[in-house]
Design a protein around this ligand. Structure first.
Ligand code: IPM
Ligand code: MN
Length: 360
Protein backbone atom coordinates (compact mmCIF):
# COMPACT_ATOMS: atom_id res chain seq x y z
CA UNK A 1 0.00 0.00 0.00
CA UNK A 2 1.11 3.56 -0.69
CA UNK A 3 0.58 5.95 2.18
CA UNK A 4 1.19 9.66 2.26
CA UNK A 5 1.37 10.73 5.89
CA UNK A 6 1.52 14.31 7.12
CA UNK A 7 4.02 14.54 9.94
CA UNK A 8 3.25 17.20 12.51
CA UNK A 9 5.87 16.84 15.21
CA UNK A 10 4.86 19.99 17.10
CA UNK A 11 6.45 21.15 20.33
CA UNK A 12 8.36 19.88 23.33
CA UNK A 13 8.95 16.13 23.16
CA UNK A 14 6.80 15.93 20.00
CA UNK A 15 9.73 15.72 17.55
CA UNK A 16 11.54 13.06 19.61
CA UNK A 17 8.58 10.73 20.00
CA UNK A 18 7.51 11.27 16.39
CA UNK A 19 10.99 10.21 15.22
CA UNK A 20 10.52 6.83 16.90
CA UNK A 21 7.08 6.31 15.38
CA UNK A 22 8.58 7.07 11.96
CA UNK A 23 11.39 4.54 12.54
CA UNK A 24 8.88 1.90 13.54
CA UNK A 25 6.53 2.68 10.65
CA UNK A 26 9.40 2.59 8.15
CA UNK A 27 10.44 -0.80 9.53
CA UNK A 28 6.86 -2.00 9.04
CA UNK A 29 6.80 -0.60 5.50
CA UNK A 30 10.05 -2.40 4.66
CA UNK A 31 8.83 -5.69 6.06
CA UNK A 32 5.39 -5.65 4.45
CA UNK A 33 6.30 -3.90 1.21
CA UNK A 34 4.45 -0.66 1.77
CA UNK A 35 5.56 2.70 0.56
CA UNK A 36 5.24 5.54 3.04
CA UNK A 37 6.01 9.11 2.12
CA UNK A 38 6.23 11.53 5.01
CA UNK A 39 5.39 15.20 4.56
CA UNK A 40 6.51 17.29 7.53
CA UNK A 41 4.64 20.48 8.39
CA UNK A 42 4.83 23.04 11.16
CA UNK A 43 2.36 23.43 13.99
CA UNK A 44 2.25 24.81 17.53
CA UNK A 45 4.91 27.11 18.98
CA UNK A 46 7.27 26.15 16.18
CA UNK A 47 4.75 27.45 13.63
CA UNK A 48 4.11 30.62 15.67
CA UNK A 49 7.84 31.32 15.59
CA UNK A 50 7.90 30.70 11.87
CA UNK A 51 4.83 32.64 10.70
CA UNK A 52 2.85 33.82 13.73
CA UNK A 53 0.16 31.16 13.28
CA UNK A 54 -0.05 27.88 15.25
CA UNK A 55 -1.84 26.02 12.41
CA UNK A 56 -0.97 27.81 9.18
CA UNK A 57 -2.95 27.29 5.99
CA UNK A 58 0.09 25.65 4.42
CA UNK A 59 0.01 22.99 7.16
CA UNK A 60 -3.72 22.49 6.69
CA UNK A 61 -3.17 21.97 2.97
CA UNK A 62 -0.58 19.26 3.74
CA UNK A 63 -3.02 17.55 6.14
CA UNK A 64 -5.94 17.70 3.72
CA UNK A 65 -3.86 16.19 0.94
CA UNK A 66 -2.50 13.38 3.13
CA UNK A 67 -3.99 9.93 3.75
CA UNK A 68 -3.45 10.41 7.49
CA UNK A 69 -1.80 12.77 9.95
CA UNK A 70 0.67 11.65 12.61
CA UNK A 71 0.88 14.25 15.31
CA UNK A 72 3.28 14.69 18.23
CA UNK A 73 2.37 17.27 20.85
CA UNK A 74 1.59 20.92 21.20
CA UNK A 75 2.26 23.50 23.91
CA UNK A 76 5.07 25.66 25.23
CA UNK A 77 5.61 27.00 28.77
CA UNK A 78 6.39 30.49 27.55
CA UNK A 79 2.72 30.80 26.60
CA UNK A 80 1.35 29.00 29.69
CA UNK A 81 2.87 31.60 31.95
CA UNK A 82 1.59 34.48 29.89
CA UNK A 83 -2.22 34.72 30.22
CA UNK A 84 -2.22 37.75 27.94
CA UNK A 85 -0.62 35.93 24.99
CA UNK A 86 -2.73 36.64 21.89
CA UNK A 87 -1.77 33.47 20.05
CA UNK A 88 -1.28 30.15 21.85
CA UNK A 89 0.07 26.89 20.45
CA UNK A 90 -3.01 25.00 21.69
CA UNK A 91 -5.19 27.13 19.41
CA UNK A 92 -3.42 25.39 16.56
CA UNK A 93 -4.53 22.00 17.78
CA UNK A 94 -8.12 23.16 18.19
CA UNK A 95 -8.13 24.81 14.77
CA UNK A 96 -6.70 21.67 13.22
CA UNK A 97 -9.37 19.48 14.85
CA UNK A 98 -12.07 21.83 13.67
CA UNK A 99 -10.80 22.38 10.13
CA UNK A 100 -10.27 18.66 9.59
CA UNK A 101 -13.70 17.94 11.09
CA UNK A 102 -12.22 15.53 13.64
CA UNK A 103 -15.30 15.27 15.82
CA UNK A 104 -14.55 11.93 17.47
CA UNK A 105 -11.46 11.18 19.51
CA UNK A 106 -10.95 7.48 20.14
CA UNK A 107 -8.91 6.97 23.32
CA UNK A 108 -8.45 3.37 24.35
CA UNK A 109 -7.30 2.32 27.81
CA UNK A 110 -5.82 -1.09 28.32
CA UNK A 111 -3.25 -2.75 30.51
CA UNK A 112 0.09 -4.29 29.57
CA UNK A 113 0.80 -7.68 31.18
CA UNK A 114 4.34 -6.74 32.21
CA UNK A 115 3.25 -3.44 33.73
CA UNK A 116 0.32 -4.69 35.75
CA UNK A 117 2.32 -4.23 38.97
CA UNK A 118 3.52 -0.81 37.87
CA UNK A 119 0.11 0.83 38.02
CA UNK A 120 -0.57 2.83 41.17
CA UNK A 121 -3.87 0.94 41.25
CA UNK A 122 -4.20 -2.56 42.65
CA UNK A 123 -3.68 -5.37 40.17
CA UNK A 124 -7.03 -7.02 40.90
CA UNK A 125 -8.82 -3.74 40.16
CA UNK A 126 -7.26 -3.12 36.76
CA UNK A 127 -6.79 -6.62 35.35
CA UNK A 128 -8.86 -7.11 32.21
CA UNK A 129 -9.37 -3.40 31.58
CA UNK A 130 -10.15 -2.77 27.94
CA UNK A 131 -12.21 0.32 27.43
CA UNK A 132 -12.52 3.11 24.89
CA UNK A 133 -13.42 6.66 25.72
CA UNK A 134 -14.96 8.30 22.70
CA UNK A 135 -14.49 11.98 23.32
CA UNK A 136 -16.41 14.59 21.35
CA UNK A 137 -13.67 16.80 19.93
CA UNK A 138 -14.99 19.75 17.96
CA UNK A 139 -17.74 21.12 20.18
CA UNK A 140 -18.70 21.86 23.73
CA UNK A 141 -16.98 24.31 26.01
CA UNK A 142 -13.79 24.16 23.93
CA UNK A 143 -15.54 25.89 21.06
CA UNK A 144 -18.46 27.71 22.70
CA UNK A 145 -18.75 31.41 23.09
CA UNK A 146 -16.25 32.81 25.58
CA UNK A 147 -15.14 36.17 26.76
CA UNK A 148 -14.90 38.75 29.47
CA UNK A 149 -17.31 41.34 30.72
CA UNK A 150 -17.57 43.80 33.61
CA UNK A 151 -14.31 45.45 32.63
CA UNK A 152 -12.60 42.08 32.51
CA UNK A 153 -13.74 41.05 35.98
CA UNK A 154 -16.12 38.34 34.80
CA UNK A 155 -15.12 35.56 32.41
CA UNK A 156 -17.32 32.99 30.71
CA UNK A 157 -16.99 29.88 28.55
CA UNK A 158 -20.12 28.31 27.13
CA UNK A 159 -20.87 24.62 26.71
CA UNK A 160 -23.07 24.36 23.64
CA UNK A 161 -24.09 21.17 21.84
CA UNK A 162 -26.27 20.67 18.80
CA UNK A 163 -28.31 17.49 18.56
CA UNK A 164 -26.54 16.54 15.33
CA UNK A 165 -23.13 16.82 17.02
CA UNK A 166 -24.27 14.39 19.70
CA UNK A 167 -25.92 12.05 17.20
CA UNK A 168 -22.84 11.63 15.00
CA UNK A 169 -20.62 10.96 18.01
CA UNK A 170 -23.12 8.58 19.64
CA UNK A 171 -23.51 6.72 16.33
CA UNK A 172 -19.78 6.02 16.34
CA UNK A 173 -20.09 4.94 19.97
CA UNK A 174 -22.90 2.48 19.24
CA UNK A 175 -21.07 1.12 16.19
CA UNK A 176 -17.87 0.70 18.17
CA UNK A 177 -19.73 -1.04 20.99
CA UNK A 178 -21.20 -3.48 18.45
CA UNK A 179 -17.68 -4.55 17.46
CA UNK A 180 -16.68 -5.08 21.09
CA UNK A 181 -18.43 -5.77 24.39
CA UNK A 182 -21.78 -4.24 23.29
CA UNK A 183 -21.87 -1.88 26.26
CA UNK A 184 -22.16 1.87 25.92
CA UNK A 185 -21.99 4.37 28.76
CA UNK A 186 -23.11 7.94 28.17
CA UNK A 187 -21.12 10.11 30.57
CA UNK A 188 -22.65 13.48 31.35
CA UNK A 189 -23.79 15.86 34.05
CA UNK A 190 -27.49 15.74 33.27
CA UNK A 191 -28.45 16.51 36.86
CA UNK A 192 -27.14 20.04 36.32
CA UNK A 193 -26.37 20.88 32.70
CA UNK A 194 -28.95 21.44 29.96
CA UNK A 195 -26.46 20.38 27.29
CA UNK A 196 -26.06 17.07 29.13
CA UNK A 197 -29.83 16.60 29.16
CA UNK A 198 -29.77 16.98 25.37
CA UNK A 199 -27.03 14.31 25.28
CA UNK A 200 -29.22 11.91 27.26
CA UNK A 201 -32.33 12.63 25.25
CA UNK A 202 -30.44 12.11 21.98
CA UNK A 203 -28.74 8.89 23.02
CA UNK A 204 -31.96 7.48 24.51
CA UNK A 205 -33.72 8.05 21.19
CA UNK A 206 -31.00 6.07 19.40
CA UNK A 207 -31.15 3.04 21.68
CA UNK A 208 -33.87 1.34 19.61
CA UNK A 209 -31.60 1.27 16.56
CA UNK A 210 -29.04 -0.80 18.47
CA UNK A 211 -31.12 -3.28 20.48
CA UNK A 212 -28.08 -5.45 21.24
CA UNK A 213 -26.19 -2.65 22.95
CA UNK A 214 -26.68 -2.30 26.69
CA UNK A 215 -26.72 1.45 27.37
CA UNK A 216 -26.09 3.12 30.70
CA UNK A 217 -26.09 6.76 31.74
CA UNK A 218 -23.73 7.95 34.43
CA UNK A 219 -22.75 11.30 35.85
CA UNK A 220 -19.21 12.35 35.11
CA UNK A 221 -18.26 12.86 38.76
CA UNK A 222 -19.36 9.32 39.61
CA UNK A 223 -17.49 7.99 36.58
CA UNK A 224 -14.32 9.76 37.74
CA UNK A 225 -14.54 7.56 40.82
CA UNK A 226 -15.75 4.31 39.26
CA UNK A 227 -13.16 4.52 36.48
CA UNK A 228 -10.33 3.87 38.91
CA UNK A 229 -12.39 1.53 41.11
CA UNK A 230 -13.88 -0.76 38.47
CA UNK A 231 -12.29 0.10 35.12
CA UNK A 232 -12.94 -3.35 33.70
CA UNK A 233 -16.70 -2.79 34.03
CA UNK A 234 -16.61 -0.30 31.15
CA UNK A 235 -16.54 -1.00 27.42
CA UNK A 236 -17.26 2.12 25.32
CA UNK A 237 -17.94 5.51 26.85
CA UNK A 238 -19.17 8.55 24.96
CA UNK A 239 -18.75 11.97 26.43
CA UNK A 240 -18.41 15.70 25.84
CA UNK A 241 -15.13 17.37 24.95
CA UNK A 242 -14.04 18.63 28.37
CA UNK A 243 -15.27 15.58 30.31
CA UNK A 244 -13.39 13.35 27.87
CA UNK A 245 -10.23 15.43 28.22
CA UNK A 246 -10.24 14.97 31.98
CA UNK A 247 -11.35 11.33 32.09
CA UNK A 248 -8.76 10.18 29.54
CA UNK A 249 -5.90 11.63 31.57
CA UNK A 250 -7.31 9.85 34.58
CA UNK A 251 -7.72 6.61 32.65
CA UNK A 252 -4.10 6.68 31.49
CA UNK A 253 -3.01 6.04 35.08
CA UNK A 254 -4.56 2.58 34.82
CA UNK A 255 -2.00 1.45 32.24
CA UNK A 256 0.90 2.67 34.34
CA UNK A 257 2.09 5.73 32.44
CA UNK A 258 0.59 8.51 30.42
CA UNK A 259 3.39 7.88 27.98
CA UNK A 260 1.65 4.72 26.80
CA UNK A 261 -1.78 5.76 25.60
CA UNK A 262 -2.46 6.37 21.90
CA UNK A 263 -5.43 7.99 20.22
CA UNK A 264 -7.10 8.45 16.87
CA UNK A 265 -9.22 11.40 15.87
CA UNK A 266 -11.73 10.74 13.14
CA UNK A 267 -14.45 12.64 11.38
CA UNK A 268 -15.04 14.22 8.03
CA UNK A 269 -11.61 14.40 6.42
CA UNK A 270 -8.11 13.06 7.00
CA UNK A 271 -7.79 11.07 10.22
CA UNK A 272 -5.24 12.05 12.81
CA UNK A 273 -3.22 9.91 15.19
CA UNK A 274 -1.60 11.28 18.31
CA UNK A 275 -0.48 10.30 21.81
CA UNK A 276 -2.82 11.56 24.52
CA UNK A 277 0.07 13.10 26.46
CA UNK A 278 1.19 16.69 26.08
CA UNK A 279 4.45 18.34 25.07
CA UNK A 280 6.20 17.61 28.43
CA UNK A 281 8.54 20.62 28.08
CA UNK A 282 10.70 19.61 31.04
CA UNK A 283 11.88 16.60 29.05
CA UNK A 284 12.17 18.26 25.63
CA UNK A 285 15.44 17.58 23.85
CA UNK A 286 16.66 15.19 26.56
CA UNK A 287 15.86 11.94 24.74
CA UNK A 288 14.07 10.57 27.82
CA UNK A 289 10.36 10.75 26.90
CA UNK A 290 8.39 7.56 26.40
CA UNK A 291 7.74 7.12 22.65
CA UNK A 292 5.30 4.22 23.03
CA UNK A 293 2.08 6.27 22.97
CA UNK A 294 3.10 7.70 19.59
CA UNK A 295 4.29 4.32 18.32
CA UNK A 296 0.96 2.79 19.36
CA UNK A 297 -0.84 5.69 17.65
CA UNK A 298 0.93 4.64 14.45
CA UNK A 299 -0.41 1.11 15.08
CA UNK A 300 -3.95 2.56 15.22
CA UNK A 301 -3.22 4.29 11.90
CA UNK A 302 -2.19 1.03 10.22
CA UNK A 303 -5.23 -0.72 11.67
CA UNK A 304 -7.58 1.91 10.21
CA UNK A 305 -6.11 1.24 6.76
CA UNK A 306 -6.95 -2.42 7.19
CA UNK A 307 -3.33 -3.34 7.89
CA UNK A 308 -4.16 -5.48 10.91
CA UNK A 309 -1.12 -7.72 10.76
CA UNK A 310 1.12 -4.67 10.72
CA UNK A 311 -0.68 -3.10 13.69
CA UNK A 312 -0.53 -6.36 15.61
CA UNK A 313 3.20 -6.68 15.00
CA UNK A 314 3.79 -3.19 16.40
CA UNK A 315 1.79 -4.05 19.51
CA UNK A 316 3.59 -7.36 19.94
CA UNK A 317 6.99 -5.72 19.71
CA UNK A 318 5.91 -2.97 22.14
CA UNK A 319 4.81 -5.64 24.61
CA UNK A 320 8.12 -7.42 24.13
CA UNK A 321 10.06 -4.23 24.86
CA UNK A 322 8.10 -3.77 28.07
CA UNK A 323 8.57 -7.39 29.09
CA UNK A 324 12.30 -7.19 28.46
CA UNK A 325 12.67 -3.90 30.30
CA UNK A 326 13.64 -1.85 27.23
CA UNK A 327 11.83 1.16 28.64
CA UNK A 328 12.30 4.87 29.22
CA UNK A 329 12.79 6.25 32.70
CA UNK A 330 9.11 6.76 33.48
CA UNK A 331 8.80 2.98 33.50
CA UNK A 332 12.29 1.85 34.42
CA UNK A 333 11.66 1.86 38.11
CA UNK A 334 9.49 -0.93 39.32
CA UNK A 335 9.28 -2.80 36.02
CA UNK A 336 9.50 -6.46 36.86
CA UNK A 337 11.14 -8.46 34.12
CA UNK A 338 12.56 -11.95 33.87
CA UNK A 339 16.18 -10.92 34.15
CA UNK A 340 15.84 -7.66 36.06
CA UNK A 341 14.46 -8.38 39.48
CA UNK A 342 13.00 -4.95 39.96
CA UNK A 343 13.97 -1.50 38.80
CA UNK A 344 15.81 -1.74 35.51
CA UNK A 345 17.99 0.44 33.37
CA UNK A 346 16.36 3.43 31.75
CA UNK A 347 16.72 3.49 27.96
CA UNK A 348 16.73 6.63 25.87
CA UNK A 349 13.76 7.54 23.69
CA UNK A 350 15.83 6.91 20.57
CA UNK A 351 17.15 3.59 21.91
CA UNK A 352 13.61 2.32 22.47
CA UNK A 353 12.73 3.36 18.89
CA UNK A 354 15.84 1.63 17.48
CA UNK A 355 15.08 -1.52 19.47
CA UNK A 356 11.47 -1.65 18.25
CA UNK A 357 12.48 -1.10 14.62
CA UNK A 358 15.16 -3.78 14.83
CA UNK A 359 12.76 -6.27 16.37
CA UNK A 360 10.21 -5.62 13.64
C1 IPM B 1 -5.49 16.73 24.75
C2 IPM B 1 -4.82 17.98 25.23
C3 IPM B 1 -5.43 19.17 24.51
C4 IPM B 1 -6.92 19.20 24.85
C5 IPM B 1 -4.78 20.52 24.81
C6 IPM B 1 -3.30 20.50 24.53
C7 IPM B 1 -5.45 21.65 24.11
O1 IPM B 1 -4.89 18.10 26.60
O2 IPM B 1 -5.40 16.42 23.56
O3 IPM B 1 -6.10 16.05 25.56
O4 IPM B 1 -7.30 19.73 25.90
O5 IPM B 1 -7.71 18.70 24.06
MN1 MN C 1 -5.86 16.43 27.57
Amino acid sequence: MKLNIALLAGDGIGPEVIDQAVKVSNAIAAKFNHEISWTPALTGAAAIDDCGEPYPDSTHAVCEAADAVLFGAIGHPRFDNDPSAKVRPEQGLLKMRQKLGLFANVRPTFTFPSLIDKSPLKKERIEGTDLIILRELTGGVYFGERGRKDDGNTAFDTMTYKREEITRLAKKGFELAMTRGKKLCCVDKANVLESSRLWRETVQAMEKDYPEVEVSYEFVDAVAMRLVQWPSSYDVMITANLFGDILTDEASVISGSMGLMPSASVGEKTKLYEPIHGSYPQAAGKDIANPLATVLSAAMLFEDFGLTEEATLIRTVVNKSLAEGVVTEDLAEGVVTEDLAEGGKAYKTSEVGDWLAKNI
